[in-house]
Design a protein around this ligand. Structure first.
Ligand code: SF4
Length: 440
């Protein structure tokens, strides 16, 4: 069956979901490829310099379905961070999608009629826009490292993504989360020669933000994140390590950006310390809800903290930040990954819906990232096709219904919600929340 027919069948089957969200879910789960002519621009002349687009920064994980060495040089170095889809066969409202490279994908971007178009089964279906290179992407730190590597922008200019520790101290198959390629991706990027700083210093981050602020950047939020610190890093424990960045940024640029932190779930005293450093939004990601799957998929987190304690800490953090500002992520689709996961979509949805109900009944709104089956992970290797599109669409419906039932607003720190407005690029959850009302 042609991909186009599958897609149009799903539009009809899930008619309350915006078509933009259905297509975005499928693009994120299957990836995309780019023809060389889509990425290499003709050189400009003196009068009309060539426009450059913002390239993929590999801001934390690879988020690709193949290894770097399987990519041609053009895609490896010039693939865009994100694409914006508009118009075309379905008259799409602007839809921002993170680039996940997969040369075997049925989705391909190629020139057509003087513009770039998304092709499905070789048929052009939507116009593709690329984000212009932000002016600060050409700036360098005094030691020559690109500011863009220290502080890339994602979400169409909305979010500065500050991965300050590019590896995780959960190491190897017995500890790393089974869907996560942070350590393998770090190794492959170094091998490929991409500038990729393992531990960014506080001074690096502040210097990069100086350059960004003075460039007139329209970014509205930043995220401080990185791998877990199970012992110490540079003589600091995990909370000391991550809080120092927030403190330094907020001292230098008080309130300039919405401040968000993604780390493990910490005891309440540490959570208070993070809030006191200036963090506004806390993301203690729980990854997968199912009590049988959590220890298999997150063995390190299970060994060091444990699922029940992890969940308790998320709830307690709501007392510190306010429940709306605690936004734990889960990796949508890993609960269907072989060899551990559910085989039926409705069983997987029932489990995940239970987790949504648990948190949302307490005013905590989880959010999700669409699982990218990266090949250098145990789950990606065993499940290169990811989770079925039907799962991702049922999840969007259940997520929206559960939020509406609890009268919750879209989570803060993601920009506007709704088709044509959402900028969150690694999941379509913000694209379906139009009309989801805040409590009266
Ligand atoms: S805790 Fe798990 S998801 Fe987070 S960086 Fe480490 S291995 Fe990856």
């Amino acid at each position: 069956m042609r991909q186009l027919d599958i897609l149009e069948g799903q539009f009809a089957r899930h008619e309350t979901l915006p078509r933009e969200a259905v297509l975005k879910a499928d693009l994120l789960r299957t990836g995309i490829s780019f023809d060389e002519g889509a990425l290499v621009r003709p050189a400009g002349d003196g009068e009309h310099p060539a426009k450059e687009h913002q390239p993929k920064s590999y801001f934390i994980f690879s988020f690709d379905m193949v290894r770097q060495k399987q990519l041609d040089e053009t895609q490896k170095w010039h693939a865009p961070e994100e694409i914006a889809l508009t118009g075309g066969r379905w008259n799409l409202r602007r839809t921002i999608v993170s680039t996940r490279l997969n040369p075997a994908s049925p989705y391909r971007v190629a020139p057509h009629d003087g513009a770039l178009w998304l092709h499905v089964d070789d048929e052009p279906v939507a116009e593709v826009g690329l984000h212009d290179l932000p002016p600060y992407y050409r700036a360098k730190l005094p030691d020559g490292r690109p500011v863009a590597e220290i502080a890339p922008t994602i979400e169409w200019g909305y979010l500065l993504y500050l991965t300050v520790f590019r590896v995780c101290q959960y190491f190897g198959a017995k500890e790393e989360c089974q869907f996560c390629d942070i350590n393998n991706n770090y190794r492959q990027q170094i091998q490929e020669g991409r500038p990729y700083t393992g531990v960014k210093s506080v001074a690096d981050i502040v210097a990069a933000l100086e350059a960004i602020d003075s460039s007139g950047s329209e970014s509205q939020a930043y995220t401080i994140t990185g791998g877990s610190v199970t012992s110490t890093l540079q003589g600091k424990n995990e909370v000391e390590f991550y809080a120092q960045y927030v403190e330094a940024i907020e001292n230098r640029f008080p309130g300039r950006w919405i401040s968000k932190v993604v780390t493990q779930a910490w005891p309440v005293a540490d959570v208070k310390r993070l809030r006191d450093a200036g963090a506004q939004i806390y993301h203690p990601n729980y990854e997968v809800w199912d009590p049988q799957l959590f220890p298999k998929i997150c063995p390190g987190k299970t060994r060091y903290i444990g699922r029940d304690e992890w969940i308790r800490r998320i709830v307690d953090a709501g007392e510190v930040f306010g429940p709306a500002n605690v936004i734990p992520n889960f990796v949508a689709g890993v609960e269907m990954a072989r060899p551990y996961g559910y085989t039926e979509v409705e069983d997987a949805i029932r489990s995940t819906a239970e987790g949504l109900e648990f948190f949302m009944s307490k005013g905590i709104t989880p959010r999700f990232t669409t699982w990218c089956p990266e090949p250098m992970t145990p789950l990606g290797d065993a499940n290169p096709e990811g989770a079925p599109l039907e799962y991702h669409l049922r999840l969007l419906e259940v997520y929206r219904e559960t939020m509406q039932r609890h009268r919750l607003a879209p989570p803060p720190g993601y920009g506007e919600a709704g088709p044509g407005k959402a900028v969150f690029s690694v999941s379509p959850f913000m694209d379906v929340l139009e009309g989801v009302a805040a409590p009266a």
